[in-house]
Design a binder for this molecule. Structure first.
Ligand code: C2E
Ligand code: CA
Ligand code: CA
Ligand code: CA
Length: 279
C-alpha cells in the first residue's frame, strides 16, 4: 500500500502493480533499444486513385526485439510518449525515413513522398524546426517529398501557438497532413486557419462504408470538405474492393491499406517499386 496522507491509503491491486512494473521495464528497454539500433521502419504504399500508381509511403516504426521478435508500435509508443523518449525516437524515424526515401530516389525508383507520424511531445519540443531542416539538409531530400502527419489533439491545448508552429513548419516546404481525421474533439474552424495540405480519413470510418450508411455519408462529406478547402484527401485502412470502389466514386485522391499492401520492410518495399506494382 502507498501512503497518500493521514488515514488515506491507496491499495494497488496486483494487476496495477504488474502494469506499473511493465512500464518501467519497457522504458529501460526502449532506452537500450535506441542505443542498440533495434528500431526499424516499415513502409506502407500510398496509391493515387486516378493513376493507380504508388505516389508515396507512410513510415511505421517497429521494434526488432532480440527475444520478443517484432514488437508493434501500439505496445511501446505510449510509454515512449509518457517518458519523453519519443523525442529521440521520433528524430531517428524522421532521419531514417528521409534518408531511405532519398536513396530510393537516387536509385531511380521515383520521386515519392514519405510520411512520418509526429507525436504531441515532439510537436511541443523546442528543437523541432531545427531538427526537420537539419534532416532535410543532411539527407538532401526535397522538402516537398516529406509529409508530416499530425493528429487533431496536438492543436487543442494552445491554438495560437499551434497556428504559429504549423506556419513555421510549412515555411520549410514540407507537407502537413491531419491523421485520423474525424476522430478527435476538434472544431472545423481550425481547418481554415491551419496551413494543412492533406486530410487522412480514419480507418474506423473506412472499414464500415459498405455496411453503415452513416459512415458512408461521413466519408463522402470529408472528401467534399477537403476538396472545397482545396486540400487533398487520402483514405487509410482500405481492405476491400468495395471500399475502394466507393472511395473512387466519391473522388478520393489516394488510398492506403491492406487491399493494396501491408506495411513492408524496406527491402520488400523496394521490390514493389522495382516491379512497378500498381492498383
Ligand atoms: P496510424 O498512424 O493511424 O497508422 C496506420 C496503422 O494502420 C498502422 O498500424 C498500419 O499498419 C495500419 N493499417 C494500414 N492499413 C491497414 C488496413 O488496411 N487494415 C488495418 N486493420 N490496419 C491497417 P501500425 O503500424 O501498427 O501503427 C499503429 C500506430 O502507431 C500508428 O497509427 C501511429 O499512431 C503509431 N506509430 C507508428 N509509427 C510511429 C512513429 O514512427 N511515430 C509515432 N509517433 N507514432 C507511430
Ligand atoms: Ca499515421
Ligand atoms: Ca489512423
Ligand atoms: Ca493513430
Amino acid at each position: 500500500a502507498k501512503k497518500l496522507g493521514r488515514n488515506n491509503f491507496q491499495f494497488y491491486t496486483p494487476t496495477m502493480n504488474d502494469e506499473a512494473q511493465e512500464r518501467v521495464r519497457i522504458e529501460s528497454a526502449l532506452r537500450s533499444a535506441l542505443e542498440r539500433n533495434e528500431f526499424v521502419l516499415h513502409y506502407q504504399p500510398q496509391v493515387n486513385l486516378a493513376t493507380g500508381q504508388v505516389v508515396g509511403m507512410e513510415a511505421l516504426i517497429r521494434w526488432q526485439h532480440p527475444e520478443l521478435g517484432v514488437v508493434a508500435p501500439d505496445r511501446f509508443i505510449s510509454v515512449a510518449e509518457e517518458t519523453g523518449l519519443i523525442v529521440p525516437i521520433g528524430a531517428w524515424v524522421m532521419r531514417t525515413a528521409c534518408a531511405q526515401n532519398k536513396a530510393w530516389q537516387d536509385a531511380g525508383l521515383g520521386m515519392l513522398r514519405v510520411a512520418v507520424n509526429l507525436s504531441a511531445r515532439q510537436f511541443g519540443a523546442a528543437n523541432l524546426l531545427a531538427d526537420i531542416s537539419d534532416v532535410l539538409a543532411r539527407t538532401g531530400l526535397a522538402p516537398s517529398l516529406l509529409e508530416i502527419e499530425l493528429t487533431e489533439s496536438l492543436f487543442m491545448s494552445d491554438v495560437t501557438l499551434a497556428v504559429e508552429l504549423l506556419h513555421s513548419m510549412k515555411s520549410l516546404g514540407v507537407n502537413l497532413s491531419i491523421d485520423d481525421f474525424g476522430t478527435g474533439y476538434s472544431s472545423l474552424s481550425y481547418l481554415s486557419r491551419f496551413p494543412i495540405d492533406v486530410l487522412k480519413i480514419d480507418r474506423s470510418f473506412v472499414s464500415d462504408i459498405t455496411r453503415d450508411a452513416n459512415d458512408a455519408a461521413i466519408v463522402a462529406s470529408i472528401i467534399a470538405l477537403a476538396h472545397n478547402l482545396k486540400l487533398s484527401v487520402i483514405a487509410e485502412g482500405v481492405e476491400t474492393a468495395e471500399q475502394l470502389d466507393y472511395l473512387r466514386r466519391h473522388g478520393c485522391d489516394e488510398m492506403q491499406g491492406y487491399y493494396f499492401s501491408r506495411p513492408l520492410a524496406a527491402s520488400a518495399f523496394e521490390e514493389l517499386l522495382r516491379q512497378h506494382k500498381s492498383l
